[in-house]
Write a protein that binds this ligand. Structure first.
Ligand SMILES: Cc1cc2nc3c(=O)[nH]c(=O)nc-3n(C[C@H](O)[C@H](O)[C@H](O)COP(=O)(O)OP(=O)(O)OC[C@H]3O[C@@H](n4cnc5c(N)ncnc54)[C@H](O)[C@@H]3O)c2cc1C
Length: 385
């Protein structure tokens, strides 16, 4: 321990689903945990806000009551390309809930389990040292941690950058909340719609309060082509998809402007090197990034929270054991999802996909099942200490 620097047994950076779930479980096991979250208060995030059944299982285990939070229910999926619509029942009942509500509920659950939560606490950089990990905060102070859980989502930290070579990161993500016209809201209710358009895809579903989440991914090239303007992008998507044009007819924005994110390394899975220092646990998007259409990013984040906490309780700071285990849980689903993501970006691939899904709705159900975490891995995570 360095004199003057406080020493933590476990420090967690980032209070999204990954960091909060790990904090909750470690605190419940009686371990002292400090979680640092840079946002000072609840806020919106770029996300489709689709909660898969796996994510719901983890949330229930953490005591998050989705009914009380007003989450919508989603039981079918529609894939739309031009005028072709393929529809299938989902193999589970999904839920829709804004990240603003969900992430706050998770942070509250971690605090009531006994974790110390610091809001407005931004970590600037990390570095291994003799006692474990040294953490530099933007407030100018430092601390040391025996074990460090890195759960900063898409944001890389100096000293802990992800190696994202061989991933594709040329898409921009947007998210906004809309009040749809009543007839369009009823038509969307109970379904998630994925609209394929040249250069990307958009997802539309209802969240709490009957508000619609519109979240989309578009290539930089396409966004540049519409003059880098959100209103022009929406016009372009509606011109290429009349079902989308109908949905958005009469819609009013609920949030002042769309949120955007770029540089998302789809297909990334952390590969631990033999030289990697122990005591650094990567969680959520710092561990792996699955294509967004799967709606499985949050369940991977929660899964990593559960598996990392149980690995720490069993093996202490030997993070290499955790990384080997969790990599084997997510690798196959992310590979399959990445292949579909690539095919779904280009007009010819899009038309082929939707025709296959329309002809054989069972294929669409299988895709939904194959691009998510396996139930065996989840079952083991839920029964682990
Ligand atoms: C366009 C798009 C749509 C998506 N749609 C869905 C969907 O419908 N369903 C689904 O399950 N997944 C979806 N995902 C994926 C999902 O959003 C992520 O996988 C998930 O949020 C990862 O959780 P996390 O806890 O790792 O990171 P995050 O949720 O990003 O949380 C990270 C936290 O760390 C904090 N932080 C960052 N840097 C610092 C720092 N330096 N110091 C302190 N705190 C810091 C941030 O403020 C944030 O609160 C989507 C992703 C995108 C891009």
């Amino acid at each position: 321990m360095t004199p003057g620097k406080p020493m933590e047994e476990v420090a967690i950076v980032g209070g999204g689903p990954a960091g909060s779930s790990a904090a909750c479980l470690l605190a419940r096991a009686g371990r002292p945990v400090l979680l640092m979250e840079r946002s000072a208060e609840s806020h919106h995030k770029v996300c489709g806000e689709f909660l898969s059944v796996e994510a719901q299982d983890y949330l229930a285990h953490l005591g998050i009551d989705l009914d009380r939070l007003g989450a919508s229910a989603i039981s079918s999926v529609r894939i739309i390309c031009n005028r072709t619509i393929a529809e299938a029942a989902l193999p589970f009942r999904a839920r829709g809930l804004s990240r603003k509500s969900l992430d706050e509920a998770l942070l509250n659950a971690a605090a009531s389990s006994g974790a110390r939560i610091e809001r407005g606490a931004t970590v600037r950089s990390i570095a291994p040292d003799r006692a474990g990990w040294s953490v530099d905060r933007s407030s100018g102070d430092q601390l040391q941690a025996h074990a460090l859980f890195l759960a900063t989502g898409k944001h890389d930290l100096r000293g802990g950058k992800r190696v994202t070579a061989r991933t594709r990161d040329d898409m921009i993500g947007f998210k906004t909340h809309l009040a749809l016209a009543p007839a369009q809201r009823s038509a969307l209710d109970g379904a998630v719609e994925i609209v394929l358009f040249p250069g990307g895809y958009a997802g539309l579903q209802i969240v709490e309060g009957g508000i619609a989440n519109l979240c989309l991914l578009v290539s930089r090239e396409c966004f540049d082509g519409v003059g880098k303007r959100w209103d022009k992008l929406l016009e372009f998507i509606c011109d290429s998809s009349s079902p989308m044009a109908s949905r958005l007819d009469g819609a009013a924005p609920v949030t002042p402007r769309p949120l955007a994110i770029f540089g998302i390394p789809y297909g990334f899975i952390h590969t631990p090197l033999p030289s990697e220092p122990e005591g650094l646990f990567r969680l959520g998007d710092q561990l792996a990034v699955t294509p967004s259409f799967t709606g499985d990013g949050m369940s991977i984040a929660l899964h990593s929270g559960f598996i990392s906490a149980s690995a720490f309780l069993r093996h202490g700071r030997e993070s290499s054991i955790y990384h080997r285990e969790i990599r084997s849980h997510v690798r196959a689903q992310i590979r399959i999802a990445s292949l579909i993501h690539d095919a779904g970006r280009w007009p010819r691939g899009q038309q082929k996909l939707v025709t296959i899904f329309q002809t054989w709705p069972g294929v669409l159900r299988s895709v939904a099942a194959l691009t998510r975490l396996r139930s065996g891995a989840i079952h083991r995570a839920l029964v682990a200490p």
